[in-house]
Design a protein around this ligand. Structure first.
Ligand SMILES: [Zn+2]
Length: 564
């Protein structure tokens, strides 16, 4: 059935609440596994239908924000989701405190209980006013960024549209556009400082109210870090510093050489090649056709998946008026299908949608039969392994998308992963420092950022950008404001995806099989459990990164980058 034909119906609030309450009472009364499981399944069915209707409304609103019907439905869900969440919390509590909990693991895998525990430990009714205050500040940050009007070359840009100039062939345009963007942050430095200062204070207050020494411990619970702690992350960051920073420095040196400059200027970071970065070749239809061919040749499973995506129109990829910005992948559980939302813009990002977002969608498609709703998707860091690995699975077929730019793209893609890792751990390290020193002034925070930048990205050249010299780059990093501690996840996933890349290059016959296993497992295991099940090395121990870094480095060194 085509996506547009799927039936949406707003659930009746009172009926849902009544049913949910009755089922919770039955669950509370269940005194053995055989009494517990059927009721748990009934609740699961109810929650699955709510998630289905919510996601249908959400998608249909985002593809056409002018649609009045779905605009209203979206409002309904904004209001009722937090009310339903109260019952979800009761469900979590009953499960976590169930006296025969361990007997349930064969039907409801343990990660479900671990995640429920994290949720319970991050919430109590008396912190609701503080959470509201936190949400208000997050909205304020979003609104401030959305208010940006950057005058450049006789036109007005916002923060998203001005970014497209970062890959302009003319260095003067790149510099002018970047300076325009930075002048917005400079003009609002005090606002960003105040919003973040208030956020750190309110988060610290929430954490202390719940009995945590600082927000960091609570941040880990909120992110559902089921099986690793800050000490393990600390070791991992030191490994990145030791193994990756020198390799990234070498890549920036080569980039400067190609651009004919001494260092890579702050406005040239996205510019890999003086003659232009790689771009996809072909029309929208040709790119979709290429994706179809690629997934058919990749495996029977991906072939079936892509046919379903195309036939049932389980995506909305073209940019047009009235559509929300950005991109995402979500699942519609009752119909057991994923959906991809994107805004194609003619850059290599379009192919990324067809590989990365399609990787998320494929994982969901493979795990759609997992009976426990909450375990169909893994936690964030694990979800990114399947999508980032799909970007590498696509390597043998990249010529279908990039034609004469294929080698250029491969080089940019792989070197981009090494350049990203130091930045990713910097964002994480900064937040640990910030919440460990909750009484820091904004000036102290900015000084900390700048000194960490010098440690993880010693190659950055901020000459001519005083706002960056001052330590304000992170104002534009939304996660720091909106989803604290959500960032190390991308780097953990990346070093796992690189292991798949290396295994595929070595033609390891088990690489594809292990990738499929990972997708099929969904969230039924924790991060380290999933990584081990896929035959990958858990990245937290000393020396775990060296092998893969060596292989990536040797590939990149073998490329005559100046000739690309
Ligand atoms: Zn992703």
């Amino acid at each position: 059935m085509k996506f547009t034909d799927l039936k949406y119906e707003r659930p009746d609030y009172d009926t849902v609440v009544k049913t949910y309450e009755e089922l919770l009472a039955k669950l509370a009364a269940a005194d053995n596994k055989d009494a517990f499981l059927p009721v748990f399944r009934e609740i699961n069915t109810l929650r699955s239908s709510l998630a289905t209707m919510y996601n249908l409304a959400y998608v249909r609103h985002s593809v056409n924000t002018a649609d009045e019907f779905y605009d209203k439905e979206n409002e309904f869900w904004d209001e009722t989701n937090p009310l339903f969440a109260v019952y979800d919390t009761r469900l979590s509590k009953l499960c976590v405190e169930c006296p025969f909990r361990e007997e349930l693991y064969s039907d409801i895998p343990e990660p479900y209980f671990l995640a429920a525990e994290c949720q319970l430990k991050s919430f109590r009714e008396d912190i609701v006013p503080l959470l509201q205050k936190e949400n208000k500040l997050i909205s304020e940050y979003g609104k401030l960024k959305a208010s940006a009007q950057i005058e450049f070359d006789g036109k007005t840009y916002n923060l998203s549209t001005i970014s497209s100039k970062a890959e302009d062939l003319d260095p003067a345009v790149r510099k002018g556009a970047m300076d325009g963007k930075l002048s917005f942050y400079e003009a609002h430095e005090a606002d960003f400082d105040r919003i973040y200062d208030d956020l750190v204070k309110v988060r610290t207050e929430i954490a202390r109210t719940l009995g945590y020494p600082s927000f960091t411990e609570l941040g880990y619970q909120r992110m559902l870090r089921l099986d690793y702690d800050r000490n393990m992350v600390d070791t991992y960051r030191r490994e990145i510093l030791r193994e990756i920073v020198p390799a990234a420095a070498e890549l920036y040196e080569k980039q400067a050489k190609r651009l004919g400059t001494k260092t890579v200027a702050y406005y040239d970071k996205a510019m890999e090649f003086p003659a232009g970065n790689p771009t996809p070749k072909g029309t929208y239809e040709e790119l979709i056709q290429a994706a179809g061919q690629m997934y058919h040749e990749m495996s029977p499973e991906t072939g079936e998946f892509i046919d379903r995506m195309i036939e049932d129109e389980l995506w909305d990829l073209k940019s047009r008026d009235g559509k929300q910005m950005g991109g995402y992948c979500t699942g519609i559980p009752d119909y057991r299908i994923p959906f991809i939302f994107a805004n194609f813009n003619g850059t290599s990002g379009d192919v990324n949608v067809l590989t990365h977002e399609a990787g998320h969608a494929f994982q969901y498609y493979m795990s759609r039969d997992i009976p426990v709703l909450d375990l169909q998707w893994p936690t964030n860091e694990s979800a990114e392994i399947t999508s980032m690995s799909m970007e590498f699975n696509a390597w043998p077929w990249l010529n279908l998308f990039f034609k004469e730019d294929t080698e250029k793209y491969r080089y940019t893609h792989l070197s981009g992963t090494l350049k990203f890792l130091p930045y990713g751990v910097l964002v994480d390290h900064f937040q640990h420092e910030v919440y460990d020193h909750a009484d820091w002034t904004p000036e102290e925070r900015k000084a900390c950022w700048r000194s960490l930048e010098k440690m993880y990205q010693p190659y950055l050249d901020y000459t001519g950008a005083p706002i960056l010299e001052k330590g304000c780059w992170w104002f534009q990093q939304g996660h720091i404001f909106e989803a604290p501690f959500y960032y190390i996840d991308y780097t953990l996933a990346q070093v796992c995806a690189l292991q798949f890349w290396a295994r595929e290059r070595r033609q390891d016959p088990d690489a594809w099989k292990d990738y499929l296993t990972l997708c099929r497992l969904g969230g039924t295991k924790t991060f380290t459990g999933l990584v081990k099940s896929a035959g990958l090395k858990v990245p937290f121990e000393e020396g775990r990164l060296s092998d893969v870094v060596r292989e990536v480095h040797s590939y990149l060194s073998s490329v005559d980058d100046a000739a690309l």
